[in-house]
Every structure is written in structure tokens, then in C-alpha cells.
Design a binder for this molecule. Structure first.
Ligand SMILES: *Cc1c(COP(=O)(O)O)cnc(C)c1O
Length: 233
């Protein structure tokens, strides 16, 4: 069944506004990134026509295959999935944000791919649940990684990102979001040069309202905009 992207988008925006007002935050303080993985370029264009401007993919190859059809859109492209170092150069060409930097090695590859270019906006992915099945740096390494990334002139470190464990009861994820906010605060307090920590990328279809209540400035929403994905990715 084709779901109506414009209606879905309107509903998501409404829920974002409600969550913002509930927590006394201006709704302009939350950026909505539509996660279009597994959906064809045509669906991305529909969302664009409905007013969405930020899009996220989790695979470099998949993003590359859709992009020619979307040339000319005034959109901002985000990579939210794990990046292999041999794809760093390609990623730098395709995206202006990378949410999933989780090692010094990948950061360096991204920097060296275009050391003199306009800065790439990066977030450090933290694996808060310490889940072996998930990517992300451990909490104990994130300070050091922030320092390293802060010293790479073509990367602008904006903040942190997390994909917390999944709970049927979304309320149970709240402590993870609070934890990410605390970590960002601790890094901000280090006052590293060229590190702002103003962004928290957290919250997906299932739990973005809770993430907003806990301070998310970027929510990554796929299913609630584009519909159910056929394949698990
Ligand atoms: C797929 C994905 C999302 C979106 O998930 P939904 O539950 O469909 O909203 C967000 N972030 C990342 C990193 C993803 O891979």
C-alpha cells in the first residue's frame, strides 16, 4: 500500500511541535531528517515536494545510486549508518553531514579526503547500550575522540548521535537519551577549540517525542514518513 508521504510528514511535524511545546522548546530547534533507506528516489522527491529538506541514508552505495535522479534538489544529505574507511572519500562527495563517526581512523579518512574543503558537519556516534551488535564508540573513548576530531580542520564537530537499544515501551529509552545529553555537556565543558556540541541526533519513528523531551536537536525519522520498509536493514 502506498502511504501518503505529505500526510505522514504533516503528522510527524505536528508531533514534533507538540513534543517541543510540552518541553518548553521552540519547534525551530529540532531538525527533521527523513531516513529514506530502501525507498526509491521517487519517494524522496515526493517528500521534498511536501517540504522536507533533510534526508538521511545509511549506506553510501545506496545513496550514490539514487542521487543522479535527485540532482538539482536543494536538499541536505546526511549519512547516518556505519561508514567503512574505504568509502570515506565517496561519502565526503555525497553528504554534508555524517552522524556516524566512531573512530579516529574514519574521522581522519574523512578529513584527508578533502582537507581544504568547506567543513563536513560531523557527529560522534556513541554506543550507549554497549551492544556488541551496534556501531559507535564506547562512552569511555568519546572524550578522546572529540579531541582528535576537533583537531581536524575540515571536520566541524557538532555533537553526538546514538541508536539506543530497542524497547517496545519507548519510555524505557529515556535514560539513554538523557545520558547522551549529559555526555555532550561534559565534552562541551572541556571547551575544545572548534567543537560545539550543540547537536544531539537521537530519536527515530518509535521514540522521537521522548528524544525531543530529552533535548534532541535532530530526529531521524524513516517509517513514520516513508512507511514500513520491506527489508530489515
Ligand atoms: C533506519 C534508521 C533510522 C530511522 O528509523 P525508523 O524507525 O524507520 O524511523 C534512524 N537512524 C538510523 C541510524 C537508521 O539506520
Amino acid at each position: 500500500m502506498e502511504s501518503n508521504i505529505a500526510d505522514n510528514l504533516a503528522r510527524v511535524r505536528e508531533r514534533i511541535e507538540t513534543a517541543c511545546s510540552r518541553s518548553g522548546r521552540p519547534s525551530g530547534g529540532v531538525k527533521l531528517v527523513g531516513i529514506s533507506k530502501t525507498f526509491p528516489a521517487e519517494r524522496i522527491r515526493q517528500a521534498y515536494e511536501a517540504g522536507l529538506r533533510d534526508f538521511g541514508e545509511n549506506r553510501v552505495q545506496e545513496a550514490a545510486s539514487k542521487r543522479p535522479e535527485l540532482a538539482g534538489l536543494n536538499a541536505t544529505w546526511h549519512l547516518v549508518g556505519h561508514l567503512q574507511s574505504n568509502k570515506a572519500r565517496h561519502a565526503r562527495e555525497l553528504f554534508s553531514w555524517v552522524h556516524s563517526v566512531d573512530s579516529e581512523k574514519i574521522a581522519r579518512k574523512l578529513h584527508e579526503a578533502a582537507p581544504d574543503a568547506a567543513p563536513l558537519q560531523v557527529l560522534l556516534e556513541v554506543n550507549l547500550g554497549e551492544e556488541p551488535s551496534k556501531f559507535g564508540t564506547g562512552e569511555s573513548e568519546v572524550m578522546r575522540l572529540a579531541e582528535q576530531v576537533g583537531s581536524m580542520p575540515s571536520l566541524e564537530l557538532r555533537g553526538l548521535m546514538t541508536v539506543p537499544p530497542f524497547f517496545e515501551d519507548a519510555e524505557r529509552v529515556r535514560p539513554f537519551f538523557a545520558r547522551l545529553r549529559e555526555l555532550a555537556g561534559r565534552i562541551a565543558a572541556m571547551k575544545l577549540p572548534s567543537v560545539s556540541m550543540r547537536d544531539l541526533s537521537m530519536g527515530m519513528s518509535h521514540d522521537f517525542e521522548i528524544a525531543i523531551e530529552e533535548g534532541a536537536t535532530i530526529v531521524r525519522v524513516g517509517t513514520a514518513i516513508f512507511g514500513k520498509r520491506d527489508t530489515k536493514v
